[in-house]
Write a protein that binds this ligand. Structure first.
Ligand SMILES: O=C(O)CCC(=O)C(=O)O
Ligand SMILES: [Fe+2]
Length: 315
């Protein structure tokens, strides 16, 4: 953050110091015709303001291709585990489309794309959509670690709610592209943590059990929160900057692709988390992993300076 002192006033290149602006935060929807990658960095990534791209993912072959039937046909037997139970893709699609009503529909149902559905990678290239870059998560330096780094397929049925309001771990910024069906997102402007009651044992999650029916006797400060709700539809991409509390609800059968963004801007916070999540365990191991993260980040920073192009097709 750059601060300039001018006649006793502080000016900032980082809008975060103007807290009240966030109280009125709106989530813009923009076409790629209306915002350049440089404009995205200046107006959304740097100040940390969410954005819905209406058409950035239209470059993906997956746009207009992914549907329950397409997954039944191509990956019907591919399994994943949700809450300790194994489901095949065709069972999942029957559940989310209401063809099987014999048991509850869990949410979220996830596949880790590089490990469980690597065939999809070609259909979601370039993963960065021309905007989520540089992304150090695409470099081999970070691909090997387990940093909360994810490239995931999310599947949901009508009314499927993400189980809690949260911040993403490791200060990663999230990109969620809807490829089928509408999903409702709720975000809270920065500075409202207090109203959301972070869990003291896991301060990345709110303890409020159902954000649609908040018990104000138990959580009185929530009355001051200003949630912003909006729907992301097929072909649209939501950018959720690090530090923005959020949650989601599938309004109908939905299929989405989510990935994380890490680069020089969120890296200092990322490193603190790499240490912070491990410091209570084996200190030597925690120090080694944190040291590795610092080295990997330095290599990526040098790579950025040299204009290295990262290959998102790596599995
Ligand atoms: O699409 C969703 O359900 C939201 C996912 C999310 O926020 C997360 O995985 O961290
Ligand atoms: Fe999240």
């Amino acid at each position: 953050m750059l601060l300039f002192a001018t006649g006793g006033q502080l000016l900032s290149t980082d809008l975060r110091i103007f807290g009240p602006l966030y109280g009125n935060m709106e989530v813009k929807r923009l076409s790629t015709r209306e915002i350049t990658p440089e404009g995205f960095i200046a107006e959304h990534w740097t100040p940390g303001l969410p954005l819905v791209f209406t058409d950035a993912a239209h470059v993906w072959k997956a746009h207009g291709t992914f549907s329950p039937d397409w997954f039944r046909e191509h990956f019907g037997d591919r399994t994943t585990v949700v809450d300790g139970r194994t489901y095949a893709m065709k069972e999942i699609m029957d559940l989310v489309e209401g063809k099987d009503t014999s048991r509850p529909v869990p949410y979220p149902i996830k596949y880790h794309i590089p490990a469980q559905l690597p065939e999809l990678i070609d259909l979601i290239t370039p993963i960065n959509l021309g905007y989520a870059q540089p992304n150090w998560m695409e470099s081999n330096w970070f691909a090997r670690g387990n940093w909360g780094n994810a490239l995931e397929l999310f599947i949901g049925g009508p009314g499927g709610k993400f189980p809690y309001v949260h911040l993403d771990y490791y200060h990663l910024s999230a990109w969620v592209t809807q490829l089928y069906g509408n999903k409702e997102f709720t975000v809270w402007p920065r500075g409202q943590e207090r109203y959301l009651y972070p869990d003291p044992n896991d301060p990345w999650r709110s303890v409020i059990p159902d954000i649609e029916h908040v018990d104000l006797k138990k959580f009185p400060l929530y009355e001051r929160a200003t949630p912003i709700k909006f729907v992301v539809g097929p072909g649209e991409t939501l950018f959720i900057p690090f530090g923005i509390w959020h949650t989601a609800k599938s309004l109908e059968p939905t299929i989405s692709v989510a990935f994380d963004l890490l680069n020089g801007r969120n890296f200092p916070d990322f490193v603190k988390d790499v240490w912070g999540f491990r410091r209570n365990g084996n200190k030597v191991k925690a120090a080694a992993i944190t040291g590795y993260a610092v080295l990997a980040g330095s290599m990526c920073r040098i790579g950025d300076m040299m204009g290295v192009k990262r290959d998102s097709r790596r599995a």
